[in-house]
Design a protein around this ligand. Structure first.
Ligand code: FAD
Ligand code: NAG
Ligand code: NAG
Ligand code: NAG
Length: 393
């Protein structure tokens, strides 16, 4: 077999340049680890928080907070190091050393980022993992809570409900979402009509800036405090904790889930819903989820199903009368409604049996899928003909 000379040369060249870059990056990584060790305090040793691909539990630690199977592939770029911070000084060390070595740092709290931004990068990177920092300090006197970034929404809701039946917090409906990413990015939930977005209910924060300095709201200033409530705090530094304001919920709330298919005139009901949803009392939230199911009437055929899922901060009698006045086509009846506590409404909304022990909300590991999500906003009702076009798709 004849191999042309230029090809051999270019192969050799690329092999040797690979070897050089590998040893370069090895020394960069070693210097980074050394920097972490040099910058940690003897009373809070950092070595037990460092995981490299050579550590036996590296893969487990990395996968623990991957929440999208698209990024659990062998070809998904992996961090050269994971730092599972045990103390704020570890975060300070991570920032100082990343800056010194000009190394990309990814901050991960609950790992629910739709595109894996908290644990994937296209350049060499390490992950600052926040899950160990998840204390929740509730002060019923002032109705405020200091919650660390590594907490998940479920444990926040659970801790609140353990102290009060009439307090809640307006954040997302998925209990395994992390406080860190959720509170830096906005936060939609089923109480937002009454209480606004999650970020509207943040009153203070501990934030570590690019120089490793810890700030509260006063020392960071109002501009930065504004930016880390919706702007994606990772662009500015690391949020250690947020101080949030609790909201009042009645001891009894009402939930329902009513499903209608095209054969039940779902299109007309969706049309009516679009015209009234924004005008309902603020205590009432009605969400639609639309999917495709087998038709019970058309053999072998499929149909569109619209599920109307609701939370009402009040009793079922009032709810039925509001619904029949505003959305009569749905035909809501008392028997569709479940009166329960706010914390059990959280279970209901996440499809957990409503009579389950509420400490299931402490469970940090959801079942995973491959997902890609994108949001859009409509400012006018979608006409019925357009809805029918969507059903066709
Ligand atoms: C199944 C599922 C259900 C969801 N349900 C809702 C919902 O009901 N309502 C809603 O509003 N959203 C919902 N979301 C979106 C979710 O709120 C965001 O993806 C949120 O950013 C996730 O936060 P996290 O801490 O879990 O994610 P992560 O992936 O850990 O972080 C997300 C982003 O925030 C950055 N970040 C994380 N922690 C910090 C920190 N301490 N300091 C600075 N930056 C940080 C990360 O670097 C990354 O860029 C859902 C997402 C999923 C996957
Ligand atoms: C993620 O990938 C690893 C390695 O292939 C695998 O062992 C693990 O089960 C995967 N996680 C999930 C939740 O599928
Ligand atoms: C659907 O609407 C038509 C026309 O308004 C009506 O005759 C029919 O009874 C409705 N079907 C259901 C299941 O409500
Ligand atoms: C729908 O029907 C198909 C066959 O027509 C079947 O394979 C499938 O399991 C059904 N799905 C559900 C959710 O019943």
């Amino acid at each position: 077999m004849a191999i042309s000379w230029p090809l051999v040369v270019s192969l050799l060249l690329s092999i040797s340049s690979l070897a050089t870059s590998a040893s370069n990056s090895d020394s960069v990584h070693e210097a980074f680890v050394q920097c972490l060790l040099d910058n940690s305090h003897p009373s809070h040793p950092i070595s037990e928080a460092i995981f490299t691909p050579q550590s036996p539990s590296y893969a487990t630690v990395l996968q623990s907070y991957i929440r999208n199977l698209r990024f659990n592939e062998t070809y998904t770029p992996k961090p050269f190091l994971i730092l599972t911070a045990l103390h704020q000084s570890h975060i300070q060390a991570a920032i100082i050393c990343a800056k010194k070595g000009n190394i990309q740092m990814k901050i991960r709290s609950g790992g629910h980022d739709y595109d894996g931004l908290s644990y994937v990068a296209t350049v060499p990177f390490f992950v600052l993992d926040m899950f160990n920092l998840r204390s929740i300090d509730i002060d019923m006197e002032t109705e405020t809570v200091w919650v660390q970034s590594g907490a998940i929404l479920g444990e926040l809701y659970y801790r609140i409900s353990a102290l009060s039946k009439t307090h809640g917090f307006p954040a997302g409906v998925c209990p395994t979402v992390g406080v860190g990413g959720h509170l830096t990015g906005g936060g939609y939930g089923n109480m937002m009509r009454k209480y606004g977005l999650t970020v509207d209910n943040i009153v203070d924060a501990y934030f570590i800036d690019v120089n490793g300095r810890i700030h509260d709201r006063k020392s960071m200033g109002e501009d930065l405090f504004w930016a880390i409530r919706g702007g994606g705090a990772a662009s500015f530094g690391v949020v250690l904790a947020y101080k949030i304001k609790l909201v009042h919920v009645p001891e009894i709330v009402t939930v329902f889930r009513v499903e209608k298919t095209l054969e039940d005139n779902a299109t007309d009901i969706v049309d009516q819903w679009q015209h009234v949803a924004s005008k309902l009392p603020k205590e009432l939230f009605v969400r639609l989820v639309i999917d495709v199911v087998n038709s019970s009437t058309r053999t072998g055929g499929s149909t569109v199903r619209v599920s109307f899922i609701s939370l009402f901060l009040g009793d079922s009698k009032t709810l039925v009368s509001i619904m029949n006045e505003n959305l009569p086509l749905l035909g809501l009846s008392q028997s569709d409604c479940i009166e329960t506590s706010w914390i059990r409404s959280v279970l209901f909304w996440t499809n957990i049996a409503i009579d389950s022990p509420t400490d299931v909300l402490l469970n940090r590991t959801p079942s995973l899928s491959y997902l890609k999500r994108k949001s859009d906003y409509v400012k006018q009702p979608i006409p019925k003909t357009a809805l029918e076009g969507i059903w066709e798709k």
